[in-house]
Design a protein around this ligand. Structure first.
Ligand code: INI
Length: 156
């Protein structure tokens, strides 16, 4: 029975990282982890492009531009939506989540969800290199795996 699994070797891949400036004290940590992971796994400096957007709500739009450009094997989406007192959280988090899912499915390019949707700053920091791991690194790793799996499945 044939089995396919994307490797974690990033050599030769080109990745765009879209990162939101909102809650930059968290998203910059996500970005650092994502870029370190991509470089450690073999991507060249010039094959990692960073695109900054105002907030998580804008991430799917830039991700779509990147995915449709044909310049990237995968897109990593990073942001942090931290629950406040209003329903705004639901709209921003929901828009980012649904938008990213839609871009991935419409374009067929791996578009990876690395947006934290959390209740508190503590929870956000814990997932940005703290006690609950590093969502930026995880997202970068998922991008490499999915880009390589796509090549295996499509035979290119
Ligand atoms: N954007 C975020 O990335 N995180 C948030 O927590 C957030 N909150 O709380 O409002 C947020 N809002 C801005 C939003 O993403 C857009 O940039 C803005 O609405 C302009 O479209």
């Amino acid at each position: 029975m044939p089995e396919l699994e994307g490797s974690l070797d990033g050599a030769g891949l080109r990745v765009c990282v879209v990162v939101a400036r909102w809650n930059g004290f968290v998203t910059e940590k996500l970005l650092e982890g994502a870029v370190s992971c991509l470089r450690e796994r073999g991507l060249h400096h010039e094959d990692v492009t960073v695109a900054r957007v105002p907030g998580a709500f804008e991430v799917p739009t830039a991700a779509k531009w990147a995915a449709e450009s044909g310049r990237f094997d995968a897109v990593v989406c990073l942001g942090a939506v931290i629950r406040g007192e209003t329903a705004h959280f639901e709209y921003v988090a929901g828009g980012a989540t649904e938008g990213i899912r839609q871009v991935a499915q419409e374009t067929g390019v791996p578009v990876i969800f690395g947006v934290l949707t959390v209740d508190s700053v503590e929870q956000a920091m814990a997932r940005a290199g703290g006690k609950d791991g590093h969502k930026g690194e995880e997202a970068a790793q998922a991008a490499i795996e999915m880009a390589n799996l796509r090549r295996l499945i499509s035979g290119s």
